[in-house]
Design a protein around this ligand. Structure first.
Ligand code: MF3
Ligand code: CO
Length: 256
């Protein structure tokens, strides 16, 4: 069942999403060579708890941390570690989820650590652009697969590839609700988008081939060919006027 949210519920989801955006902005300011992914996790947890919210990922199917921190060839679900020291030239995907007053927000960005290669910068730019291309097609009467189609078209035009094994999702009073939101496919398929629906759109894009595998820790997804990967995510509501980005940031998280 796909739930449509009232305006009052969407205001609550905006409050959760705004907090998630603020956490991402704060983390982006800390990303630098020498920082560990555990440092970032501790900052995120402190900000979420201090705001009276609950980290959404911690304890989810046993996930041990507040954020996912996925470096370079890690696609998503990298577990923060005090041993993982960021270095110049890395790219780090940071995924944050929180619930506030019973409603969830979920958002991710991929950031450069110090100066990065032109190819890496292009991967980040194109992946983020693909998220905004997808958001641009969100409107009542549209279809869920229009979203994935917009992502895939943009990403493949640059020679990058879209991860198939993981998808975006409905979100509301649970972090994962119906429908699933793939990042590929033909337009005009799947459920119709209706006012009040809320989806987390989250393109995962590889510089090389699309295949991924999960490491022995049971969580970290990496590209099989060990090429770089990027991940951007927003929680987005369908309104009469189009998309309302519930995790929008007042201040940029890194470049955006
Ligand atoms: N944004 C991711 C998702 O939608 C984060 C989940 S991490 C998990 O699935 F640990 F909570 F699974
Ligand atoms: Co998500």
């Amino acid at each position: 069942m796909i739930v449509c949210r009232s305006h009052a519920e969407l205001e609550k989801m905006r409050a959760a999403g705004k907090l998630v955006g603020q956490v991402l902005t704060a983390l982006a300011a800390k990303v630098a060579p020498g920082v560990t992914t555990a440092d970032l996790d501790a900052i995120a947890e402190g900000l979420i708890v201090d705001a009276g919210a609950i980290p959404a990922f911690k304890g989810y199917h046993g996930y041990p941390a507040t954020i996912c921190a996925s470096v370079n060839e890690e696609v998503i679900h990298g577990i923060p570690s005090g041993q993982r020291v960021l270095k110049a030239g890395d790219v780090i995907s940071i995924d944050v989820g929180a619930s506030l007053d019973g409603y969830f927000g979920d958002s991710a960005v991929t950031l450069p650590v110090g100066p990065i290669s032109e190819d890496a910068a292009r991967l980040l730019r194109v992946t983020e652009e693909s998220l905004y291309k997808a958001i641009a097609v969100v409107k009542p009467g549209g279809r869920v697969s229009d979203i994935g189609h917009a992502v895939q078209k943009h990403v493949e035009a640059y020679g990058f590839s879209v991860v198939r094994e993981f998808v975006g999702h409905g979100i509301g009073q649970q972090m994962h609700e119906e429908p699933q939101v793939p990042n590929y496919g033909e337009p005009g398929r799947g459920p119709r988008l209706a006012e009040g629906m809320v989806v987390a759109i989250e393109p995962m894009v590889n510089a090389g081939k699309p295949a991924v595998k999960v490491l022995g820790d049971g969580w970290t997804a990496v590209t099989r060919d060990r090429s770089l990967s990027a991940h951007f995510e927003h929680t987005v509501a369908v309104t009469a006027d189009g998309a309302w980005i519930l995790t929008a940031r007042d201040q940029p998280a890194g470049a955006n």
